[in-house]
Design a protein around this ligand. Structure first.
Ligand SMILES: Nc1ncnc2c1ncn2[C@@H]1O[C@H](COP(=O)(O)OP(=O)(O)OP(=O)(O)O)[C@@H](O)[C@H]1O
Length: 587
């Protein structure tokens, strides 16, 4: 249907920016990244930054106020709070990193294998994960502390194991969502090993939510580590933010401000991780949207001409220009297309892949992909210019007056709902009729589009019907509200040849019966000859020729049309199977 997926993007096509760059363009993401950078620099260069060693004490600086060599003052033992804070950064980050690495390594690996291979492996791993989640983490940590001693690193390894089910569940669910994608099947068929598929095709696709989880778990690890140390579970000889918090708390009535510094360090670092996770999430939710808006704003749309005088003209597209933003400006994919469609007429839109047929159709439907805009031109529909109509107004037209039949029948039916619901829902919403009336109409429509057993189809889920039946269902849905205009984007391409002929015949009959106007996007001149009254040939975003079907075939005017017609294989001498002679084989 859309060339976006089938044709290589032009050099100037809007691409996705790297996640790192676009997160940094988000002000909150930038602030979070800068703060985390500061924390990391403090941790790495602690010996260079801290003016004193962590345990240097000066007896006359006990509880000293800020200044006089101690930037943030002295603690209850006469040590420099600033220096301990800097060294504490190192130890706190290492502890958090240990927990994070253990959790991610165990959880992501187990999730990848359980999700990809499924079966008994998944059941066993899920049991283990559920078991770990059921354990009270704090009690487990206290138990290990008693038996293994006061190393906070050991506690963080154990805490990492306790956190791993979060990564496991997330990864397993993500893998389950992508492992049946066609590109994974294609990788299997092309002989790639399971390990390679997991590493290349699955891990890469699911990495973004896992990165968000990493950022959140990093924050949690810091909080938990500080909490454990605050409870006295750390090594008192090692300076950490949690340990400092405990010291400051014990000394709170003498130097109340001392608690501020480790508290601030913990809160700012944790908040930075959370903000960074939010910035990454926001970036991912943008989907295919172009991260950087073009510097050049889209020109204000202006109507071309006035509504057509002739009431028989239902659709009059004039000098339509559709563009997508790139960093350097707007790339035009439809470059001044004009089309006219009379009531009851079928207009074929043909042309090579990427010539702008689908974009023209989507502009009429008001369904351009994110970023796409009608840059200029008019779409006069029944006397009203619908180019750049507000979405709420377009919604009133779509389904009711302008309907759409897509190329891929199966992916346009929601697998979660029965066919009946998907047929009646638009009728109830758009026409405001009762459910019972909608059901009666749906059954009639199913019979009309040639379903052998309408009741069975009505109660079936999409996976229980064939592709040809699904396309008939979509046609039934499109015509259910008796639209004036039907836009069909290669409605037979995904079907086999015999079904194609039946679906075409159905469309032709329905069009005549309802006197509908149809815009039919197609590559296929057979389809054009079969059903269209007139045809417009598109190339590189422009219409190069529009004629009545007979004259297009009999006397094509444009060189490109002649080229397209010459490329139709009908006149080619068919290749005949010739059995290989024994003589040829031995030779
Ligand atoms: N979302 C998008 N962003 C940017 N460019 C796009 C987008 N969708 C389509 N295009 C570009 O618009 C041009 C026209 O695409 P369109 O889908 O209309 O072609 P088409 O003639 O329908 O091709 P096909 O017959 O293969 O579907 C192509 O160059 C395509 O790369």
């Amino acid at each position: 249907m859309s060339a976006a997926s089938t044709t290589p993007a032009p050099a100037s096509a809007p691409g996705r920016e790297s996640i790192v760059r676009s997160v940094l363009t988000n002000p909150l993401g930038l602030v979070a990244a800068l703060l985390l950078l500061l924390v990391i620099v403090a941790a790495v260069f602690a010996p260079l930054i801290a003016p004193f060693a962590a345990d240097d004490l000066q007896i006359f600086k006990i509880n000293a106020p800020p200044g006089d060599g101690y930037l943030l003052g002295g603690d209850g033992s006469g040590r420099d709070i600033f220096s301990r804070l800097v060294y504490g950064t190192q130890n706190t980050l290492v502890g958090a990193l240990i927990a994070l690495s253990v959790a991610a390594a165990i959880g992501v690996t187990a999730g990848l294998f359980a999700g990809y291979f499924g079966g008994r492996r998944e059941v066993v791993m899920s049991w283990v994960a559920d078991g770990l989640m059921a354990l009270p983490a704090l009690i487990v940590l206290l138990a290990f502390y008693q038996s293994l001693g006061s190393s906070i690193h050991v506690s963080m390894i154990i805490f990492g194991v306790m956190l791993s089910p979060g990564f496991y569940r997330l990864t397993r669910n993500l893998v389950n969502g992508v492992k049946h994608e066609l590109y994974v099947d294609a990788a299997r068929v092309s002989g790639l090993s399971d390990m390679r598929i997991i590493a290349r095709h699955i891990l890469l696709v699911i990495r973004a939510p896992v990165i968000i989880q990493v950022s959140i778990v990093a924050g949690i690890s810091i909080v938990i580590q500080a909490g454990l140390e605050f409870l006295g579970l750390g090594d008192p000889a090692v300076p950490t933010w949690g340990g400092m918090l405990q010291d400051a708390f014990a000394n709170m009535f003498v130097v109340p401000t001392a608690i501020l510094w480790p508290g601030l360090a913990i809160s700012v670092t944790v908040a930075s991780f959370v903000l960074l996770a939010n910035a990454i999430r926001d970036r991912l939710q943008q989907g295919d949207r172009v991260a950087t808006a073009p510097k050049i704003p889209a020109p204000a749309p202006h109507p071309v001409g006035t509504a057509p005088n002739d009431a028989a003209v239902l659709l009059d597209v004039r000098e339509l220009v559709v563009g997508y933003p790139t960093k350097s400006g707007w790339t035009e994919v439809v470059k001044g297309v004009s089309l006219q469609l009379r009531r009851g007429e079928v207009l074929g839109l043909v042309g090579e892949s990427g010539s702008g047929k689908t974009q023209t159709a989507f502009a009429i439907l008001g369904l351009l992909s994110t970023g796409g805009r009608i840059l200029s031109g008019s779409i006069w529909f029944d006397g009203r210019d619908i180019a750049n109509l507000p979405e709420s107004e377009m919604q009133k037209l779509r389904g009711k007056r302008i309907a759409y039949v897509p190329q891929e029948p199966m992916s346009n039916l929601d697998p979660a709902f029965r066919i009946g619901f998907q047929l009646t829902e638009p009728m109830v919403t758009v026409l405001g009729i009762s459910k019972a009336e909608a059901k009666a109409r749906a059954l009639k429509l199913l019979a009309r589009v040639g379903m052998p057993d309408p009741v069975r189809t009505y109660n079936a889920y999409p996976h229980q019907i064939s592709g040809g039946m699904a396309q008939r269902v979509l046609i039934a849905r499109a015509i259910s509200c008796k639209p004036d205009l039907l836009i069909a984007d290669e409605p037979t391409t995904a079907l086999d040849v015999t079904v194609q002929a039946e679906v075409l015949e159905l469309m032709r009959d329905l069009q005549a019966e309802m006197n509908m106007s149809v815009v039919l996007v197609t590559h296929n001149f057979g389809v054009v000859a079969d059903i269209c009254h007139r045809v417009s040939v598109m190339r590189d975003g422009r219409v190069v020729e529009t004629s009545a079907v007979q004259s297009l075939f009999a006397d094509p005017q444009h060189d490109y049309t002649k080229l397209l017609l010459a490329a139709v294989l009908d006149d080619v001498t068919p290749r005949v199977y010739r059995p290989v002679q024994a003589k040829e084989v031995s030779a």
